[in-house]
Design a protein around this ligand. Structure first.
Ligand code: NDP
Length: 465
């Protein structure tokens, strides 16, 4: 029997790779992991964690204003971007070190450097060659930038966390997670924000009511939307400001001013597959560039696995973590473990935030002959005194025939916290009657999910029951 330096070699120290390495080591495997940048990956270093800190920072401006209605008088607040970024950097460094030291404590050999595959059992990293029985590729993704003239003047979610100063006028291009989240961050911190999106409405793929509701709420905060618009050119002026040209702008009212201090592109992410030597061993890629894997995370090469954003399926940290853990368990644990991605809850940390799980109304209608829709759109208790004109949306999508709840959606304060519990109910196959039979927690926004009564029914005539 061949002997290998390691039973499991993980390439990439982000959420998926780190979890796989630690679980495999916990099963007693000899494990090494290589990371070329900082341990923690996108989520910890320049994604979920710093983003959430910035969201929290930016919400204070509304909190201060809202406090007045509750009897508080505050001196005018001052904000320091430098202080926020320094605090964020300290926390990110701490977390990255925790990731790395946890690996060491789990018995994993931790390497710093770029790794690449020489053959199906050999990895080159840190100038050395290592043989491995199994290999996991968990190299994540990176921002995608369309090639337009002047794109080099734009920044992405990689650079936005390190800006030297808060830009006064920001253009955000894209209509997905990052675009809406950073629109809220910059708006809350006091920048003038314009969001340019090529489609009809932001957040394609989300429930249409959720999309419209968030669009309305963001507009109320004076975020300026340019829908059905594409950037065609970016020019840097001598004073450093950026002049941006859009298609379709001739004669349009938006013509009046297209000068910004920063242009943030949030136009999706692409898998990090370059430089890994995948071509040396013929690993198959999907047409979108992600590494093709089966339900166990295995590539077309039987001892090589892939997890997380590099597979370009659902680019969410908890999904990568699940995949990494399942692969480690399949290879070194007691059972082969597929990853069930049928019901994946997610949150958008927009302002107000979104929590969503299961099917949107239009997805449900494609799959079911008849569905019941329950919605409530209300002013949260807090804003009766704050005076803020913000509304919360909650919505349930129910299969008429089985009464099973297919989707739950919310736009409003704490939606991400609320949706996690609802995801358990949906996974367990809860029906509308189960929701109705649950006693409410009062006074909360969450209680609306168990008190929804008004129903409207939608039919798909093309779909035969
Ligand atoms: P998204 O896929 O969410 O959105 C990309 C946006 O860019 C879409 O609106 C898309 O338009 C638009 N777009 C794509 N290509 C072009 C182009 N060539 N020109 C103009 N617009 C274009 O990507 P993000 O970059 O926002 O985020 C990347 C991923 O990271 C997310 O999909 C998500 O998986 C993850 N993420 C998760 C977060 C969370 O869980 N809260 C937070 C941040 C990121 P169209 O809709 O027309 O295709």
């Amino acid at each position: 029997m061949a002997t290998f330096d390691y039973q499991f070699f993980v390439i990439g120290g982000g959420s998926g790779g780190v979890r796989a390495a630690r679980i495999a080591a916990g099963f007693g495997a000899r494990v090494a992991i290589a990371e070329e940048y900082r341990y923690g990956g996108t989520c910890v270093i320049r994604g979920c964690v710093p983003k959430k800190l910035l969201v929290q920072a930016s919400h204070f401006s509304e909190d201060f204003a809202d406090a007045e209605g509750f009897g508080w008088t505050l001196p005018s607040a001052q904000f320091s971007w430098e202080k926020l970024i320094a605090g964020k950097n300290t926390e990110i460094s701490r977390l990255s070190e925790v990731y790395e030291s946890n690996l060491g404590r789990s018995g994993v050999t931790v390497l710093h450097g770029t790794a690449r595959l020489l053959d199906a059992h050999t990895v080159e990293a840190s100038g050395k060659r290592f043989s491995a029985e199994f290999i996991l590729i968990a190299t994540g993704g990176r921002p995608f930038l369309p090639s337009i003239p002047g794109i080099e003047h734009a920044i992405t979610s990689n650079e936005v966390f390190e800006l030297a100063q808060l830009p006064k006028r920001v253009l955000i291009v894209g209509g997905g997670y990052i675009a809406v989240e950073f629109s809220g961050i910059f708006n809350g911190l006091g920048s003038e924000v314009t969001l340019a999106y090529r489609g009809e409405q932001i957040l394609r793929g989300f429930d249409d009511d959720v999309r419209a509701h968030l669009h309305d709420e963001m507009s109320k905060k004076d975020i300026h939307f340019m829908l059905r618009r594409d950037v065609t050119n970016i020019d840097r002026r001598t004073d450093g400001a950026l002049d941006v040209m859009f298609n379709g702008s001739v004669g349009n009212q938006d013509d009046k001013g297209h000068t910004f201090d920063a242009v943030l592109y949030a136009t999706g992410r692409i898998p990090n597959v370059g430089g890994l030597g995948l071509e040396n061993i013929g690993i198959h890629l999907e047409p979108d560039g992600g590494i093709a894997v089966d339900e166990f995370g295995c590539t077309n090469i039987p001892n090589i696995y892939a997890a997380g954003d590099v597979t370009n399926r659902i680019a969410l940290t908890p999904v990568a973590i699940r995949e990494g853990a399942a692969i480690a368990s399949t290879l070194f644990g007691p059972t082969r473990t597929p990853v069930d991605l049928a019901i994946v809850p997610s949150a958008v940390f927009s302002q107000p935030p979104i929590g969503t799980v299961g099917l949107s109304e239009s997805e449900a209608l494609e799959r079911h002959q008849e569905i019941d829709i329950y919605r409530a759109d209300f002013r949260p208790l807090r804003h009766t005194l704050s005076g803020r004109n913000e509304r919360t949306l909650v919505k349930l999508v129910v299969d008429t025939a089985s009464q099973r709840v297919l989707g739950a959606h919310m736009v409003g304060a704490d939606a991400p916290e609320i949706i996690q519990g609802l995801a358990i109910a949906l996974r367990m196959g809860a029906t509308k009657a189960d929701f109705d039979a649950t006693v409410a927690v009062h006074p909360t926004a969450a209680e609306e999910f168990v008190t929804l009564r008004e129903k409207s029914t939608r039919c798909n005539p093309q779909k035969k029951g």
